[in-house]
Write a protein that binds this ligand. Structure first.
Ligand code: EPS
Length: 388
């Protein structure tokens, strides 16, 4: 696709590094864009001690001039404040001083990682498998997010459930209304349902007291998208497949759902969304069970994606084996977040924003934001008419 990006860095190395290539010129970004987004990812209620240490300050080292993208590859650096200087656990050449981790944590990348890479210290695996990596993916998304916003494409993310407590969310409301309700309820839980917040707070407090963690479900919505992003013509062009893979790439996400997939699987054909046409305003749907995707393409309705995240495994008190002795052992206590569903929701919105931007650039072409804007306007006009 049109945008390519990579991240490098470990949870306790000196820096996270990211490169995004393919952004058009003329997209305006500000330091506050990065600060606000990364603050949202960091500040959910039940995030761990680490989040109080990190400030996630972004340094742009290439591709932006006087606040505007230049069209060249963009590179970012974020220092791991906890690991600045001498405290780094992973130095390139000096022998490391951090204690080795000999007992793989069940539910984490430790065991498959050490076996695959022939290691006897789980730390090497755990440091890169850490969800700290998602800070950089979120930071890189600032550029695509700004481009989408400049083109009138909006988004939100929200938490639907934490543990066994589910928020009351009316998806028949306009997405803008849901977005306003989320903002009004603050950053602790990212939800439009104010009534659930005290109960979620208690649930998190109780889990923290027992050193346990909570899983949950979160959703991402994007709206004002043109019709026809993605394609039915080849399996790997199907946008639903691409987006599902991206959501699954977020650590601890174990399930993905598009629209009302579960409900549709259990229901009958009436779950399909009736098609409407109005001259001038174009195509729409009477309902949105499909979550805005049909045949691997956007259909003009709001995109609704949902993911299910397992409880973080850190202190799950599950049996394991010592790598050195082969004897049964329990993993050592490992500092963790009590819940990271809020953080994962922001990450999910970020990775989807990058993919949608990439799709949009593939549809419109264009080296500058202005060209893309003009081409999208013409595309939208054409899509409001009957085809042919
Ligand atoms: C993580 C464990 C915790 C989280 C971390 C991801 O970190 P630590 O082990 O340093 O306490 O806070 O997430 C972040 C650092 C972050 O910025 O999201 C893990 O094991 O994946």
């Amino acid at each position: 696709m049109s945008l390519r990006y990579f991240t490098a860095g470990e949870s306790h190395s000196a820096f996270l590094t990211g490169i995004i290539d393919g952004m058009p010129a003329g997209v305006k970004v500000s330091p506050e864009d990065f600060a606000a987004l990364l603050r949202r990812r960091r500040t959910g209620y039940g995030r761990g001690a680490r989040q109080k240490i990190e400030q996630d300050e972004v340094r742009i080292t290439a591709g932006v001039r006087e606040g505007y993208t230049t069209g060249a590859p963009i590179s970012l650096l974020i220092e791991n404040a906890e690991s600045a200087g001498q405290n780094s656990h992973l130095e390139a050449f000096t022998p490391h001083t951090a204690k080795t981790i000999n007992v793989p944590l069940p539910g984490h990348a430790d065991l498959p990682g050490v076996v695959k890479y022939g290691l006897d210290d789980c730390r090497t695996i755990r440091e890169r498998a850490s969800a700290r990596e998602t800070v950089m993916r979120t930071a890189l998304s600032v550029f695509p997010r700004r481009l989408l916003a400049d083109l009138g494409i909006k988004s939100l993310c929200l938490v639907e459930s934490l543990g066994n407590l589910t928020a009351n969310i009316d998806y028949t409301q306009a997405p803008d209304v849901i977005a306003d309700m989320i903002v009004a309820n603050g950053a602790d839980f990212i939800t439009p349902d104010a009534a659930i917040i005290p109960a979620w707070r208690e649930l998190v407090d109780a889990a923290l007291a027992k050193n346990e963690s909570l899983g949950g479900t979160a959703a991402v919505m994007f709206w004002n998208l043109p019709i026809g992003m993605g394609s039915h013509t080849q399996y790997d062009l199907r946008l639903d497949a691409r987006l599902a893979a991206l959501l699954m790439s977020i650590p601890a996400v174990k399930g993905v759902e598009i629209g009302m997939a579960l409900q549709q699987a259990r229901g009958s054909s009436i779950a399909a969304d009736p098609i409407l046409f109005a001259p001038g305003s174009g195509w729409s749907h009477q309902s949105n069970f499909a979550g805005g995707l049909e045949g691997g393409m956007t259909n003009g309705a709001p995109l609704v994606l949902r993911f299910h995240m397992k409880p973080l495994p850190a202190n799950s008190k599950v049996d394991s084996v010592n790598l050195k002795t082969g004897q049964p052992a329990r993993p050592e206590f490992y500092r963790s977040d009590t819940q990271a569903v809020t953080a994962a929701a922001v990450v999910a919105e970020s990775v989807v924003a990058v993919e949608l931007t990439s799709q949009l650039l593939a549809m419109t072409g264009g080296a500058t934001l202005q060209q893309i804007h003009d081409r999208l306007t013409r595309l939208r006009e054409a899509q409001s008419l009957l085809p042919g």
